[in-house]
Structures are given as structure tokens and as C-alpha cells.
Design a protein around this ligand. Structure first.
Ligand code: 3H9
Length: 698
């Protein structure tokens, strides 16, 4: 065997085997591309070699172009992926792709450039570029319709969803689908090609002759345009497949490349690529090595069977992890279990759960009134009332009963975790697990790291988050952690806009058109106005400088607590969630403005977006400064997975980068200079520093 850094070369009789070797996923970066070309040339020059097998081994073929090279010189440096595929396709000796594991994007495009393809039945084949706001740009949109037909290719390219190789058996995409060693099968296949003197089969030579192609494309254009308004890529995928039908192969290839380059430059693709990297970076903690030994989590305890505790219990049961659910009173415990039952029954009615799964999940939940039942759990999460005296009692009891090494977690959303940890003799085992409501639905989990939390506790919880299918982001201890600390500023900015002249409908409308799933007033109605109002009252009692009575407090006093009472900022008809404008609210707002001597002014939608989003960004910068979040992209992950921030904007911090940090700073300075402006409008020092240095958050 001989090696060429990124690929290996072996010979089995007349068959040369080139094995890509670029961990972790055989990304087709410059080094690997160069290696493939060099090794194909070597095989071509060797008279002993009659055919070539190109493979990534038995684990992974290739996940496509090396995303880390995007935007860098290396991506455009020869040999490009196009060059490599051209070399392979033009090769006079037959080239057989041996595919196992992931064969995605440029990886599949490379395989389609080979003359024959042998795949293991469980290999995952797909063209996921659309999920990065791109299209398959190395011939995928031209070769896939030739090998799979127009309809199948459209589905593969527009959805971006991979499929198992066995589903492609019988199509021209795969010549053979095997179980067992794909390499052995491919070498045997290559020998049969040599013995049978078969000429290379090239996808580019296949003629597309489909009378339904045009109507299919038209149908795809209409559906895709309606379904992906914010994203240009899906429609461009359809257009590129259209070129495969109507143009000569090389012309189609040229047009595909042109569209690919155009999409690369779109803000939407930049945002999606940022999210891809952000979602992978988020689990890496600089001071917690990847090989940190984990604690074993087999059984979990949850304290409190209210909405939050019930949701957390279901999250674990959904992941097949047994849960002991503790309440202090039988009635509360019964109510909690009944809610869980009702939730699962509703899922069953919708066809999301079978009877067997329903039974299985409920069987995993052990209700108890006795703390002793928590003695042998590996992790316990308390979801009790948000008051320090209550937490103190719970953690004191846990400290006495939990086995050594058990992780003691609090679901607090606002209390000081370090203080909570101090109520135990094992602060190293205490951590915050801040779930979002409804806990069994929301993807986000903030993992709050106390001053004394042990690295292995942190690593264990990060790992556990994956098991229970949550997107975990580590936060330091502060009021509101990452998400809620920022949302408070956003809420304050929207309230200010409302006081000064914008209606709740205008504020919500502007932010929803910006892409947020729900504007701040509708979000308030969903969450319930009473929680924030109670918090404001508590704060006002201890801090006289805090915000006085606001419109939301008036609404609360009228019993308008949001959707749950049928009215809040909006009115709701029974059983419906549509927010209906309510003249009563307009009157209350007008009265509030009069009482506070506020002169109403005209506010543009652009101003609504600037104030609300920059308020988020500015607090995000402070969170970074304070070391509460490890990276700006972690903050973006919080907002994308927990707060309905639009994916095509990439998160608040990336959005600020896109707008340009100097522009954000200028706007914040303008807001801060207004008479009576609150101090938090002052741009954060980090924001100013980055803007002045011409740098960005990411
Ligand atoms: C393309 O091909 C364009 C062409 O059409 C045209 C070009 C001209 N490159 O997800 P994981 C890294 S666009 C570089 O955690 P899993 C990833 O960052 C590409 N690196 O593992 C992570 O690194 P780290 C189209 C990549 O087992 C590590 O691999 N292809 C790439 O859950 C493990 O990743 C795609 O969009 C890449 N292409 O899933 C495929 N892919 O350890 C995207 C991954 O340092 N990739 N990495 O954090 C995937 O879908 C999944 O990563 C995969 C593995 C299924 C492969």
C-alpha cells in the first residue's frame, strides 16, 4: 500500500484501489482533490492496471465539498471538484465507485462521475446542498436526472434528504447494491468489467427523453415557490434540473456552475452555512476535552409534576430513559400524571404514537411522594417553584438522599445557580438544566455551568442532551442566562415602541415579516403575561430604580393574561389561536400614553426591526463580554432553536455581522442619546471594539 497524505493507493491484480482518507468525513478539500487526480494518473500510467476502484472505505464515502474551504482561495484552486470529476469521467480505464456510509453532495457528484457504482445497501446517498442554501454545483443537477429520471432527481435535489442505497436498486444510479464488504464487492465488480471488456459508462452520454419533464418542472416551480419564500435555492435547483432537460450536457453544467456561484453569495446561504458550523461548534467546550469520561445516566428523577416537570419527564420517557417523578402531595402528583397521560393520548390520536409506545412510555414513569425513591437515580432535575427558599429545601434534601456521584440539576430560569449549589456539600455535582416550555417539544436546552460544576458533569449533560434530542448550549450563571437575558431587552424595546406610537400589531407584523415565528406581543400572549408581571412586581419591591407599571401590568389586572384567558394583547376566540386586534387594548395604550405624557410619533417598520433586534444584539455582546456564552454563534443557536429566530438570517449575532457592526453601533448610539433613554441602549464595549477594528462577531 502506498500513501499520498489524503488518499491511499493499493493494487489487487489488475485493479487499483484509491481510498480517500481525509477524516472526519472525506470532505473534498484541495489536498484530497489533488490526491485523487494524482492517483488516477498513476493508475492510468501503469500498464498492469486495467480498472480503478474509488472508495472511502467501509465507513464513509464522502460528505461532499469541504465546507470549511468555502469562501477561501483553496476552494477555487485547481484541481477543483469539477476538474476531479472530469478526470475520473474521462478516464480511459473503467472507474468503479465503492460506496459505504455517507455519500453526500459533492461526494455523490464524484460517484456519479465514475463509470459504475457499487453501494452497500445501508449507505446514505443524497444531495443536501439545498440545506446550505446552494445547489449541487459539481454536475449533480445534470447527472442525477440522467441516472434517476427527472422526477426522482428533483425530489432528491429539492428536498436535500438522503436516502438509503437500497432504495436506488434497479436505477442507473447504482449498478450493484450489496450487503457486507463494499470494497470486496467493488473489486469483484471491477474484475468482471475487465473480463467482460465493458467500456466505461458515462452519465453525461445518457439522453433525457421524458415527455412528462416539462409539466413536472412546472409543477415543481409552483410548489417550491410557495413553500420556500425566504430561500432562493430550492427554486434555483428546479431551474438547474430544467437545464438538464433542455440544454446540452456541457451547457447545463456551465449554467449550473453559474447558479451555484450566485447562490454562494446570497445572505441566505451564508446564514445556513453559519448555522451548520454553529450547531457543530456549540458542543465543543474549550476547557472540557472531548475525551472527558462521562457519568452513567440510566435513571433520572424529576421533582415537581407541574407543566415544566411533566414536560421534562416526558422528554426522558420519549428517549426510553426511566424517570421517577416526585411530588409532595398526592393530588398534585395525580394531576401531573393525568396531564402526561392526556398529552400522550393526544399524540396517539394524531397518529404520532402507537398504543405500544404509549404503554411503554407510561411504564417508564414511576410516580412517587417519597424522596427515598430518588436515592438511586443518576440525575435528578428539580422543577419546583422559582423561589430560593424552596430550592434551598429541595437541594438540602437531595444532598442528604442522592447517591454519591449523582448529578443534581435545577431547571431554574432566573435564580442564582451558585447559591443553589451552596446548599449542598457537593457543588461540583450541581448544574442548571434550563428546559423551555413545553419541555417535551422545544429543542433548546441551556446547560448552566456553576462556578464549581465539575467538567465531567458538564460533559455528561452535553452527551445526555443528544440522547434526549435537545440542542444544548452552555451558559454561565447570570440572571436569565443567554436567551431570557436577551429577550428582556427585546421586550423592553418593543414596549417602548408601543408606548411611543406603534401598535402591538405593527410591532408584531414588522418582526414577523423580518422572519420571526411570532412577534413579541403574540409571544407574550402565548407565554402568559402574569409571569413577567409578577417578576416586575418582585423587582420593583426590591429595586426602586426598576421599571414602573407598564401596559402589560394593566392588562394583567384586568385578567387579560394572554391566550389562556382568551385575551391579552389580542383577543382569542374559543379553541382558536388567531390573534384578533382588540379596541380595548388600543384604549388602554392611549390612556397609558396620556398618563405618562408621551407624545405619539410615527414609527417605521425599519425602526421596529432596528430597535428590537439591536437590543438583542447589544445584550448578546454583553453576554459574550461577561463570558456567559463561549461564542457569538452559541447565542445564534439559542435564538434559532428556542426563540423562533429566522434561519435565513442566521441568528441575531450573524445578522449584526451582515448589517455591519459599525452600522449597529451608530444606531445604538442614536437611541442612547435620546432624552430619557435607558442606559442599556449604550453600545456594549465589545461591540464598539469589534466595530472599530473592522471585525465581526463570527
Ligand atoms: C457541496 O458538496 C457542494 C458541491 O455540490 C459543489 C462544490 C463545487 N466538509 O455532522 P457531524 C464535519 S456542499 C467539511 O457532527 P454526523 C463537521 O463539521 C456539501 N466538514 O457528524 C464535524 O466536524 P467537527 C454538501 C464537514 O456523524 C464532523 O465533520 N454536503 C463536512 O452527525 C462531523 O460532522 C453536506 O451538506 C463537509 N462537507 O454526520 C453534508 N460535513 O468534528 C453535511 C461534516 O470538527 N454533513 N463535516 O465538528 C452532514 O450531513 C453530516 O456531517 C454527516 C455526518 C452526515 C456527514
Amino acid at each position: 500500500m502506498s500513501e499520498n497524505s489524503a488518499a491511499e493507493y493499493e493494487q489487487f491484480g489488475p485493479i487499483a484501489v484509491i481510498t480517500m482518507n481525509n477524516p472526519p468525513v472525506n470532505g473534498l478539500g484541495l489536498a484530497l482533490r489533488s490526491a485523487i487526480v494524482a492517483l488516477v494518473d498513476r493508475a492510468l500510467a501503469d500498464p498492469q492496471v486495467s480498472a480503478i476502484v474509488l472508495t472511502g472505505g467501509e465507513k464513509i464515502f464522502s460528505a461532499g465539498a469541504d465546507i470549511r474551504e468555502f469562501g477561501e482561495q483553496k476552494q477555487a484552486s485547481a484541481p477543483t471538484l469539477h476538474d476531479v470529476i472530469e478526470v475520473v469521467e474521462a478516464c480511459s480505464k473503467p472507474v468503479v465507485a465503492a460506496i459505504a456510509g455517507a455519500c453526500l453532495g459533492g461526494g455523490l457528484e464524484l460517484a456519479m462521475g465514475c463509470h459504475f457504482r457499487v453501494a452497500r445497501s445501508d449507505a446514505s446517498l443524497g444531495l443536501p446542498e439545498v440545506k446550505l442554501g446552494l445547489l449541487p454545483g459539481a454536475g449533480g443537477t445534470q447527472r442525477a436526472p440522467r441516472l434517476l429520471g427527472v422526477e426522482r432527481a428533483l425530489n432528491l435535489i429539492v428536498s436535500g434528504e438522503p436516502e438509503r442505497a437500497k432504495n436506488f436498486a434497479g436505477t442507473a444510479l447504482l449498478d450493484e447494491v450489496v450487503d457486507g464488504s463494499v470494497l470486496d464487492a467493488a473489486v469483484a465488480f471491477a474484475r468482471s468489467v475487465v473480463d467482460g471488456k465493458l467500456a466505461p459508462k458515462r452519465a453525461r452520454d445518457i439522453k433525457i427523453d421524458d415527455p412528462h419533464a416539462e409539466p413536472l418542472l412546472q409543477f415543481a416551480r409552483t410548489t417550491v415557490a410557495a413553500a420556500s419564500r425566504q430561500f432562493p435555492a430550492p427554486l434555483q435547483c428546479v431551474e438547474a434540473v430544467g437545464h438538464a432537460v433542455s440544454k446540452r450536457f456541457d451547457e447545463g453544467l456551465r449554467l449550473e456552475r453559474e447558479i451555484f456561484m450566485g447562490l454562494m453569495a446570497t445572505p441566505e446561504s451564508k446564514a445556513l452555512r453559519h448555522i451548520f458550523a454553529a450547531e457543530r461548534a456549540v458542543s465543543k467546550l474549550p476547557d472540557v476535552p472531548a475525551d472527558t469520561p462521562l457519568r452513567d445516566i440510566r435513571r433520572v428523577g424529576v421533582i415537581g409534576a407541574g407543566t415544566m416537570g411533566g414536560g421534562i419527564t416526558m422528554t426522558f420517557a420519549d428517549a426510553g430513559i426511566p424517570v421517577v417523578l416526585l411530588e409532595t402531595k398526592q393530588e398534585a402528583l395525580d394531576r401531573g400524571i393525568e396531564n402526561i397521560r392526556r398529552n400522550y393520548a393526544a399524540s396517539m390520536k394524531k397518529g404520532k404514537l402507537t398504543q405500544a409506545q404509549y404503554d411503554q412510555r407510561l411504564a417508564l414513569i414511576e410516580p412517587t411522594l417519597d424522596y427515598a425513591a430518588l436515592a438511586d437515580v443518576d440525575l435528578v432535575i428539580e422543577a419546583v417553584f422559582e423561589e430560593m427558599s424552596v430550592k434551598r429545601e429541595v437541594f438540602g434534601r437531595l444532598d442528604a438522599i442522592a447517591k454519591p456521584g449523582a448529578i443534581l440539576a435545577s431547571n431554574t430560569s432566573m435564580l442564582d445557580l451558585n447559591e443553589i449549589a451552596s446548599y449542598t456539600k457537593r457543588p461540583q455535582d450541581v448544574i442548571g438544566l434550563h428546559f423551555f416550555s413545553p419541555a417535551n417539544v422545544m429543542r433548546l436546552l441551556e446547560i448552566v455551568r456553576g462556578a464549581k460544576t465539575a467538567p465531567d458533569v458538564l460533559a455528561t449533560c452535553m452527551n445526555l442532551a443528544r440522547r434526549i434530542r435537545k440542542t444544548a448550549v452552555v451558559a454561565g450563571v447570570c440572571e436569565g442566562f443567554i436567551g431570557n437575558r436577551m429577550i428582556e431587552r427585546y421586550g423592553a424595546a418593543s414596549n417602548l415602541l408601543m408606548a411611543q406610537g406603534a401598535s402591538p400589531q405593527q410591532v408584531d407584523g414588522a418582526l414577523q415579516r423580518f422572519g420571526l415565528a411570532m412577534g413579541p406581543f403574540r409571544m407574550n400572549d402565548l407565554a402568559g403575561l402574569d409571569i413577567a408581571s409578577a417578576a416586575r412586581k418582585r423587582k420593583a419591591a426590591s429595586d426602586p430604580s426598576s421599571q414602573g407599571r407598564v401596559v402589560a401590568d394593566v392588562l394583567c389586572e384586568m385578567g387579560r393574561l394572554g391566550q389562556k384567558t382568551g385575551s391579552g394583547w389580542y383577543r382569542y376566540e374559543a379553541g382558536k389561536r388567531d390573534a384578533i386586534q382588540d379596541p380595548v387594548v388600543d384604549t388602554i395604550i392611549e390612556q397609558f400614553r396620556r398618563e405618562n405624557g408621551i407624545t405619539v410619533r410615527k414609527i417605521s417598520d425599519q425602526e421596529v426591526i432596528e430597535r428590537c433586534i439591536y437590543a438583542l444584539v447589544n445584550e448578546g455582546a454583553r453576554i459574550l463580554e461577561d463570558g456567559i456564552a463561549a461564542r457569538a454563534s452559541d447565542i445564534d443557536v439559542v435564538y434559532l432553536s428556542g426563540y423562533g429566530f429566522p434561519r435565513h438570517r442566521g441568528g441575531p449575532m450573524l445578522y449584526a455581522d451582515t448589517v455591519g457592526l459599525p452600522n449597529v453601533v451608530r444606531a445604538l448610539r442614536r437611541f442612547a442619546a435620546e432624552p430619557g433613554a435607558e442606559a442599556w441602549w449604550e453600545p456594549a464595549p465589545l461591540l464598539v471594539k469589534l466595530a472599530e477594528a473592522g471585525r465581526s462577531f463570527n
